[in-house]
Design a protein around this ligand. Structure first.
Ligand code: ADP
Ligand code: MG
Length: 254
C-alpha cells in the first residue's frame, strides 16, 4: 500500500491509530493489547517503568519490530500489512533513538543529506540547501562541516533530529532521546523538540523527562508491563493519577 502523500494528509482521522497491538518475543508477551490514537499536531508522551514495552511499541509503529497481532495505521499506511511499502513509511515517520547512530566519518551536513540524496534520489543542490536550513533550525548553523566526534551529545542528537526531518515526515517518534545525554545538553534537545511541536509537528515521545511531558504534551500514557494503565492530559495525570501503579511511578520520578 503506497500510503497518502504527506502534503494531502488532511483527514479528521487520527494520524496514528494503534489498535489492540500484541507483541511477543517467544513466549514472553511484551505488549498485551495496546490501543491509542494520535491526532495531527498532537504531542503524546509515553511514560512508564523500564521494561514496560515502550521501545517495543514505538518500534512497532515504525515497522522495525513486527506486531504479533493488532493493527497500526499511520497517515493511511497499514504498518502491519505484509505488503507494507517501507519507503512510504520512511517518508511518513521519522524516528530518533537514544543512540543517535550518526555516520562517524561523515560531516553533520552529509549526515543530514544522506537519505534525501541516496534513498529518495533528490537533486544534490536542493538537498544541500534544505539540509543547511534544517541544521540552522536545530540551532547548529556553523557546525555543518563538523564530524559527529567533534560535537557534544546534545549537538549530535540535534543532527539526528535534522536528519530525520530531512525526509519531511508527518510524524516524529522519539525514544528516550535525552537519556544518554549530559544534563547540560538535555535542555537544548528538549527545546528543539518543543519548537518542532509548536510548529505543528505530530510527536510521539517515550520520555523520562516529566517536566517536558507536563509542559509540552497534549496527552500522556502511563504504561506498565505491556498495558496502558491510565492516560490523560498531563495536568490530570500528574496531579490526580487514579491507579496505584501510576502514583508509585510518578512518586519515584517527579
Ligand atoms: P522499555 O522501552 O519500556 O524499557 P522494551 O520495549 O525495551 O521496554 O522491553 C520490554 C521487554 O521486552 C523487556 O523485558 C525486554 O527485555 C524485552 N525485549 C525487548 N526487545 C526484545 C527482543 N528483541 N527479544 C527478546 N526480548 C525483548
Ligand atoms: Mg526503552
Amino acid at each position: 500500500m503506497a500510503g497518502i502523500p504527506p502534503s494531502t494528509w488532511t483527514s479528521d482521522q487520527p494520524i496514528v491509530r494503534v489498535s489492540d497491538v500484541h507483541k511477543s518475543f517467544g513466549t514472553f508477551e511484551v505488549l498485551k493489547g495496546i490501543s491509542f490514537d494520535v491526532r495531527k499536531g498532537e504531542v503524546v508522551c509515553i511514560i512508564g517503568p523500564s521494561g514496560s514495552g515502550k521501545s517495543t511499541l514505538i518500534r512497532c509503529i515504525n515497522a522495525l519490530v513486527p506486531v504479533t497481532s493488532g493493527t497500526i495505521r499511520v497517515a493511511g499506511i497499514e504498518v502491519a500489512d505484509p505488503k507494507l511499502d517501507k519507503l512510504a513509511l520512511r517518508r511518513t515517520v521519522g524516528m530518533v533513538f537514544q543512540q543517535y547512530n550518526l555516520f562517524p566519518h561523515k560531516t553533520a551536513l552529509a549526515n543530514v543529506m544522506m537519505a534525501p540524496l541516496h534513498v529518495l534520489g533528490q537533486n544534490r543542490a536542493e538537498v544541500e540547501v534544505r539540509a543547511r536550513a534544517l541544521l540552522a533550525k536545530v540551532r547548529l548553523a556553523g557546525k555543518e562541516d563538523a564530524y559527529p566526534g567533534e560535537l557534544s551529545g546534545g549537538q549530535q542528537q540535534r543532527v539526528a533530529i535534522a536528519r530525520s526531518l530531512a525526509m519531511r515526515p508527518d510524524v516524529m517518534l522519539f525514544d528516550e532521546v535525552t537519556a544518554a545525554l549530559d544534563p547540560e545538553t538535555v535542555k537544548e534537545v528538549l527545546v528543539t523538540i518543543r519548537e518542532l511541536a509548536e510548529e505543528g509537528m505530530t510527536c510521539l515521545l517515550v520520555t523520562h523527562e516529566m517536566n517536558f511531558a507536563r509542559e509540552v504534551a497534549d496527552h500522556v500514557y502511563f504504561t506498565d508491563r505491556g498495558v496502558i494503565v491510565e492516560h490523560g492530559p498531563p495536568a490530570t495525570l500528574f496531579s490526580a493519577a487514579q491507579d496505584e501503579r501510576t502514583r508509585r511511578f510518578l512518586s519515584q520520578v517527579l
